[in-house]
Design a protein around this ligand. Structure first.
Ligand SMILES: *Cc1c(COP(=O)(O)O)cnc(C)c1O
Length: 229
């Protein structure tokens, strides 16, 4: 077994254990493997171990990997900050975008999504940590943005994503995720058909699962510690 496949099994075991502990159905929690900064060869190892969905943060890097691995039938999620001059490239090759936090970006993605492809699957990135985080729509603006994005023809709004400020204490990790879940439930009771709560990373996936995560985005625990430079 390679390191990546062993790591992947360990992460799946963590997801399963957390699901059991917090009374969740493990089938309701999917794993997005965050392959940013790692080469296509590492993605291939994860694929060989059964992983099919991958997350990328940087447009050029993601596009190159998707081109190289296109034949494998993988699902690609763009999860990084997105500037308007890069929306076309993302709309043309990715399956999902988790980091939409402005209407302008959503409108461009919808207009630029090729007709031949399925609608682009969208999560709105929400700022659940206040001033400590720069990206993400503010909590009191989520409802309006969600209503607007839900009307765009070539997008399918699936849910919400958050990257809380990094904290150690489990109770505080849960608290941040609970804020995201609360707004998710509100949007659903307002009539939006949402099914995706994208929350939880290597260091806090248990807290996210405890609070209802349906998709954890895990990089370090699968591929190793990224080079900071
Ligand atoms: C890098 C990244 C992850 C993965 O983080 P790890 O701590 O390496 O698991 C998840 N989500 C987003 C948006 C990221 O940028």
């Amino acid at each position: 077994m390679t390191t990546i496949s062993a790591n992947l099994q360990a992460v799946l075991a963590r997801i399963l254990a957390a699901a059991r502990k917090y009374g969740r159905n493990p089938d309701d929690i999917s794993l997005l493997a965050v392959s940013k900064t790692w080469p296509a060869a590492d993605v291939r190892e994860a694929v060989a171990a059964g992983q099919k969905s991958f997350g990328e943060n940087y447009v050029q890097e993601g596009i190159a990997k998707i081109a190289e691995l296109g034949a494998l039938g993988l699902e690609w999620h763009f999860i990084g900050p997105l500037q308007s001059n890069k929306t076309r490239q993302v709309a043309e090759v990715f399956d999902w975008v988790h980091s939409v936090d402005r209407l302008k970006i959503a409108e461009r993605l919808s207009a630029q999504r090729p007709d031949a492809l399925e609608p682009l699957q969208i999560c709105l990135q929400v700022n659940v940590s206040g001033e400590t985080s720069k990206s993400g729509v503010l909590l009191d603006e989520v409802k309006l943005l969600a209503r607007q994005v839900a009307t765009l023809p070539r997008l399918k709004l699936r849910g919400l994503m958050a990257i809380p400020a990094p904290i150690e204490e489990f109770v505080l990790q849960r608290k941040a995720f609970r804020r995201l879940r609360a707004i998710f439930e509100q949007l659903k009771s307002d009539g939006l058909l949402l099914d995706t709560l994208s929350m939880g990373m290597s260091h806090d996936l248990e807290a996210a699962i405890a609070e209802g995560s349906s998709m954890v985005r895990v990089g370090t625990a699968i591929f190793g510690v990224r080079n900071k430079s």
